[in-house]
Design a protein around this ligand. Sequence first.
Ligand code: HEM
Length: 403
Amino acid sequence: MTTCPYSQKKVTYLIPIKELRTEEDFLNIHTWLADMRKNSPVRFDESRQCWDIFLYEDVDAIFRNSKEFSSVRKFHAPTPLRSILNMDPPEHTKLRKLVSKAFTPRALSKLGPRIEELSNELIQQALPSGKIDVVNEYAYSLTINMLVNLLGVPEKDSELFKTWSADLLASPKDASDEAYNASVSHVKETMDKVDSYLLTIINERRESPQEDLITELTQAEIDGEHLTDEEILDFAGILLQAGFGTTARLITNFVRSMLENPGLFEKLKNDSSLINPAMEEVLRLYPSIYRTTRYAKESFTIRDQTIHEGDEIQLWVASANRDEAIFDQPNTFLIDRKPNQHLAFGKGIHFCLGSSLARLEAKIAIEVFVKNVSSIQLLDTQLKPIRSMVANGLEELNISIQP
Ligand code: HEM
């Protein structure tokens, strides 16, 4: 396998999986995942040089075991995957404590009124035309604005953030080395732009503090220790990568679920207390992230396969969440599913730091949506899945909406 210009190993999530090439493959991904659970629950993929793990029991166990499984990515390419997501204890423990000081429920709750106001604005804008692209005219507009609000950068720069985020997550256009290398270079250029933009804001906030996350990050302190500029940049960078596309996909996948499950829209309209349990089912059936990465710190055997020290392992959350050994009727949307122990936000020491924000944003977005709209219908002849090894969502979702 050839290597990228910046590292000795290709970034696995940028290498297309042989079973997931066409739009059709992505639309049928759950058939493939079910087949893998049944016939090949632990497999080594030669072309990506990594293991794929498909069963809930195994994914869950590896998530919980940060002693034997590392999160430190072994490639040194300039990827957006920096920061606490890619650290092990003790560095991870220290940094997570520090950023958690800034990332408090109080800081998030301040966003509630603005989420509602903006959701209302976006729906009112779309209603006269009788249609909306849920992805680009609702979910993304809302979640980018919220991230920009949270960080404390000007709302007018939302579009910049949207472009950067899409650039960071884009997959190569084909399986060639040229396409791969072009993707890596593009990611590096984008990270340089993000860093230089955010560094200006960090310096401004150090000089004149505001009520925002970047200020909080510059001030967070444990035992006299503060975050360095680089650590703040890395954390802000990870929010850009993980902090709004994921939530936008949750909102989109929620509306998709309403279209796929007759009666669900009306149920939520009549009783908004059902939005929370319905959201957990959306997260289970369509988790915003298909899979995440770990590395074996020592050799071990799992389901008769030997995984060697240093091997890369892909944990398929999207498969675990539909594992028939754990969930009754795994492909059915059951609004009252209890318990619903899905792994959409991960598990263990790296459990998603933004899960409360994501749930808050999606809850308000859906509440406002069902309150203002009396009926919905799919306008697209075929759903357009994002063709990414990471992002589980749609490129666009065009529906008709009646007031
Ligand atoms: C539906 C929305 C979201 C989903 C499905 C999601 C999913 C995840 C998952 C699966 C992980 C663990 C990855 C691993 O263990 O390798 C994670 C970690 C993380 N997420 Fe989220 N996320 C969402 C929204 C957000 C938001 C809104 C933010 C912040 C604004 C955020 C910030 C983070 C951070 C900082 C981490 C790293 C935590 C650590 O390493 O200790 N996420 N997320």
